[in-house]
Design a protein around this ligand. Structure first.
Ligand code: FES
Ligand SMILES: [Fe+2]
Length: 390
């Protein structure tokens, strides 16, 4: 799939052309045929410190990298901080409602400016150390005892602004202010699909961060194969899942996937997203670090943040179409949040950590992939492409 193909404009709640193509190719469950594949990936790609450093520099620092969902900043004059690949990042939605990104580093003596774990609402941010004060456009607007800094030009000491794009309900950043990334790969077809899923104006119901003792690619892999779903999740998700001949395509480096639910019926395929969400599952890998899974009542977003070669944090966000209006709706989302925390935290991320331990032992030189794991190959190839020669 190319970014430039001519499409119907995306409409919230209506399946896009690209999504419809995958939907239309889905066979009845009884006709599923699984690809036959024998493939391997060298174990060292998950444990080699030099490769990890290259991935941080050439993929995460270079960007575009997903920082958070736009819904994390629900209104003007809000801000939130997150650390991505070693860079403290401040995300703001300014007075006019525009999303911006900055290094979360005070220009006075380098203090982390925002230290709150929550989304804050205020038109200004005051550094906790000596109270230098910035607005949400990053300008230094005040400092105490300014007469003790003769000749200081406030206009030269604004926060370091980072390149940023707000598209399809995701905030993408580049972490190298001097070398802005090309955002065209995240603002085109991928954003149109996510807008159609109503991620652009989603309500953030809840979120949680999971520390995972695993290489970041093992966390991505744990979301990519359809092989494990009815097995690893036998006591949780399996009741809603079946083995499925997934329909998969690429949007640039991103991966789009359509999987069956047990009630999938090819005769009922339509452009109505709500109806489709009840009989199949769209999921996306937003390259390099976003995992999006579409459930009937909400969208799950995982933002994967590498910390070290063997350590990762995953921010899990539950995005609903609107704030629940009734106790019943609230209860449904609450139970879903509990289920997802268990499915991801105690099952998928646990499996990633256990794989890391096994692989890091040196006992195996490669991992094996079969026909229900072809997405892992696609993702690993995208990583390798971005690394270039190493
Ligand atoms: S380090 Fe921020 S005001 Fe001093
Ligand atoms: Fe899983």
């Amino acid at each position: 799939m190319s970014e430039t193909s001519i499409q119907e404009p995306s409409v919230a709640g209506r399946v896009t052309d690209g999504q419809f193509r995958l939907l239309s190719a889905m066979p009845a469950l009884s006709d599923c045929k699984y690809p036959e594949v024998r493939d391997t990936i060298p174990a060292r790609v998950y444990t080699d410190p030099a490769r990890y450093e290259a991935e941080v520099a050439r993929i995460f620092r270079a960007g575009p990298t997903i920082a958070a969902p736009s819904a994390l900043l629900p209104e003007p004059n809000t801000y939130h901080q997150v650390k991505i690949a070693g860079m403290p990042v401040l995300l703001t939605r300014n007075k006019a409602g525009k999303v911006k990104a900055f290094a979360n580093v005070c220009r006075h003596r380098g203090m982390k400016l925002c230290t709150s774990e929550r989304t804050e609402k205020a038109p200004r941010i005051v550094c906790p150390y000596h109270a230098w004060t910035y607005n949400l456009d990053g300008a230094l607007v005040g400092l105490p005892r300014s007469e003790t800094f003769p000749g200081l030009a406030k206009s030269e000491l604004g926060l370091l602004e980072l390149p940023c794009a707000d598209a399809g309900g995701l905030i993408w950043v580049g972490l190298d202010a001097d070398n802005p990334p090309d955002f065209s790969g995240v603002t085109g077809e991928l954003a149109q699909d996510l807008d159609a899923l109503q991620m652009g104006d989603a309500f953030l119901y809840d979120h949680a961060t999971f520390p995972v003792k695993a290489n970041w690619k093992l966390v991505m892999d744990s979301m990519l194969d359809s092989y494990h779903v009815t097995r690893l999740h036998k006591d949780s998700l399996a009741q809603f899942s079946v083995d499925s001949e997934n329909q998969i395509d690429r949007i640039g480096l991103h991966i789009r996937n359509a999987a069956h639910r047990s009630n999938f019926d090819p005769a009922l395929v339509s452009r109505d997203h709500d109806a489709m969400r009840r009989m199949m599952v769209f999921s996306y890998i937003g390259f390099p670090n976003g995992i999006i899974v579409v459930s009937p009542g909400y969208v799950s977003l995982g933002v994967v943040r590498p910390i070290a070669v063997d350590e990762t944090a995953v921010d899990y966000y539950m995005l609903a179409q609107e704030k629940p209006q009734t106790e019943k709706a609230e209860g449904r989302l609450r139970r879903s949040m509990e289920l997802m925390a268990r499915v991801f935290g105690e099952e998928d991320y646990w499996a990633a950590a256990m794989c890391h331990e096994g692989i890091a032992s040196g006992a195996i030189s490669q991992v094996n992939l079969g026909g229900m794991e072809v997405q892992i190959r696609m993702f690993q190839d995208a990583v390798t492409d971005r690394l270039g020669e190493i």
